[in-house]
Design a protein around this ligand. Sequence first.
Ligand code: ZN
Length: 601
Amino acid sequence: MDAFRYPLEQIRDKCDLVEIVSAHVALRRAGRAFVGLCPFHNEKTPSFHVNPERQIWKCFGCGEGGDVFKFVQKMDNLTFPQAVEQLAKNVGVTIERSERAAREYSDRERILRANNVACAFFRSELAGSEKAKDYLSKRGLSDDIIDRYKLGYAPDGWDGLANHLQQQRIEVADAVKAGLLVPRESSTGFYDRFRDRLIFPIVDPSERIIAFGGRSFGDEQPKYLNSPESALFAKNKTLYGLNIARKAIPGENRAIVVEGYMDVITAQSAGFTNTVATMGTALTEEHVTVISRFTTNVVLAFDSDSAGMQAALRGAPIFEQAGFAVRILSMPKGEDPDSLLRGGDVSRFTELLDRALPIPDYRIKLALSGHDLETDEGKTAALREAIDVLAEVDSAVERERLVRFLAKYHPNFSTGTTLAEDHIRGEVSRRKSRRARKGAAPAGRAATPDQQPAQAISPVQRWERLLLGIILFSRADASKVFDVLSPKEFTGEQTRALAEALSRQYSELGKIDQEDLRDRVADSPAEGLLLDLLMGLDENELNHPLDDVIQRVMADKSNQRQARLRELAPKISDGTIKGGDPEFDEYWRLAHESSFGPLGR
Ligand SMILES: [Zn+2]
């Protein structure tokens, strides 16, 4: 009902769609429109258009489109009234609210208000704390920088913030949802989550304070404490510093990813504005998707300790799989971006950026640095490790380049380059065929060393596989899943066959039994897939939220269907496909599913 009273026209007139979209998508002008990479589906060539005159947007890739309300609604995952409220507030239009509407004022707004009040509190506490000011100035942070990043201090004690929030009439429930207060376990009441910590507000691309990071001064653990997840804050897609970096990344056509808040602040302040950090979690596909809206070039500048190197080696392939050109910066021992740049000298960091290495080169460098290359034993051991890396490089050109580089470290190098190179090439191909055998069928079955590489799996099938894995390890109720997504609807031959076997087994036995299942699928298309899942799924993957997996299968299926429809539509209209052709029937079946089917939008 309240929606009818919203002054929609007035709000829409005051909003600049191009500006609002630009907070999330790098747009460039193309004639009278602006184009960029769609934030709602994965793409490499821009099909997302914004028309500034009509204040509408449309993606020709996934078909989404609408006005400014629709954009904010989808982008921030809001209901229509929430989107209207948010935009109205940003452009200063007051909305008369009924008592009921006021009560239902969204969680997000309430959390945001609590965060804003808390941020102001932390900032004024910083102004009064010699200890905190001292600490920041020792780390080279000027007052300007402190203001720019809204840095603050959470005082020692249990209820400094709690009392302040009460004075400011922030409801306790909201402060708890925001993660600022924590309910006491032993008695009633609440206490401050952040105590005696330096506070880094986490600001999203729309300049909203969505969470806080708190750093301890001494050795208190944890060194970094973040707000818990909330309606506003999802760790796996939040990047610290993106509100500033998003303006610089498209121009530089490169993002620098670092580990900590201080690294971001120091790097951005030294002029490397295209720097962001994950929120104390490992890099996720979601982080990569966020960055891919601005660039597909990335440099990972992680700490020089082994945790940092491991994090870089785990993160780099995620970028690579998303089509990024990835380089890893080799950080000198004991350094991080903050320590390198703190003195204000940008030349060393610039040089290290320029010398950042592709993934295999970086791994080889690590292998070489772990051994004493003055001795033949050291050289041989280093070579053995490096050859393992080489065996995993798919491109023959790349492999050849690295063979030539490695030959220098071969004990026979002095007697003949070709000999050393040939020896390395031989070792690499031996290693490669061993890997191929291992990756093929298990022992006892005919294993062909020169097997075709595994067939490419479409995104929807990747999620279908995970979904089946979750059922297979009894992490979800099979009947519930198959009620939503029937086995017939799985898109791959293998996944469909396994889904059918799982569903049949569940209805016959009332449970999933892995042994029994292996008998059931022997010699069927599902056999290989079942083995893959039994061997290859790890705990992390199995703990992926079920709802999310189902949703992704659905969304990817719908994308696939849309793509096929777009492919067939012109042929239907120009008469290449006529009634009676199988493709004609397919078109109408897909069209029907897409508007009425269980998966239709
Ligand atoms: Zn799209």
